[in-house]
Design a protein around this ligand. Structure first.
Ligand code: 3NM
Length: 217
């Protein structure tokens, strides 16, 4: 079995929606369904923060959101939790620099699962690629209130640096991205954008996702 091709992953990354129960003003299932109707292309279950569900409740929510993704052909990625990803047979996992290295994940998950890594420098990007990552998340591009331990705002600079250095791995920009400010992220060389609050926190989730689809083109 082979790795999923970069061109497929590039398409799936176009509008990559991330969410957990703490990000939603409606039920997570309602938000996810509306986001899918609006055109998201990939979903990451990220259950973080002080009120995060744990144990069976977390598993149950993840399973129900995975089911919604499955019935719409949207890849379901788990943030950080390898146990959850394996138990659910998720389509992939996303990890940060402080989490289990991509090399270990690749050994455990095999070639067909999608592995994403957050990278903030050329060195981190190179290591993630050597370790077998399928895509990178690069940010925060703009100020964000969705991640307590976010690094310093980078603008689109890091994305440009990675592309100018010749790295062709699929990558998304993340952090504070809205339909109004997403174009420079794509212009810098991103294949897509990752979004929490501008979709999960919108009064009209479907319309918010549609606005991204229009802006990304
Ligand atoms: N990771 P919003 S920024 C989950 O910089 C996450 O790696 C980031 O949420 C990074 O779209 C971020 O609401 C939060 O700004 C993104």
């Amino acid at each position: 079995m082979e790795r999923i091709s970069s061109s497929v992953i590039r398409q799936q990354l176009k509008l990559y929606f991330i969410m957990g129960s703490g990000n939603c003003s409606q039920t997570p299932a309602e938000v996810l369904r509306a986001a899918i109707a609006g055109g998201i292309t990939m979903f990451q279950f990220r259950e973080k923060g002080p009120a995060a569900l744990t144990g069976a409740a977390c598993m149950e929510l993840a399973r129900s959101l995975q089911q919604i993704c499955r019935s719409h052909g949207i890849p379901f990625i788990v943030n950080d939790d390898i146990g959850l990803a394996v138990t659910l047979d998720a389509d992939g996992i996303h990890v940060g620099q402080e989490d289990v290295p991509a090399r270990t994940l690749r050994e455990q998950l095999g070639p067909r699962k999608i592995i994403g890594v957050s990278a903030h420098t050329l060195e981190e990007a190179g290591q993630a690629i050597a370790d077998g990552a399928d895509y990178l998340g690069v940010g925060p591009v703009y100020p964000t209130s969705s991640k307590d331990d976010a690094r310093a705002v980078q603008g689109t600079n890091t994305i440009s640096v990675l592309r100018r250095s010749g790295l062709s791995i699929p990558l998304v920009g993340i952090g504070g991205i809205t339909a109004a400010n997403c174009r420079p992220v794509m212009a810098a060389g991103a294949d897509g954008i990752s979004v929490i609050s501008a979709i999960a926190g919108a009064a009209d989730v479907q319309a918010a996702a549609e606005a991204f689809v229009q802006a990304i083109g």
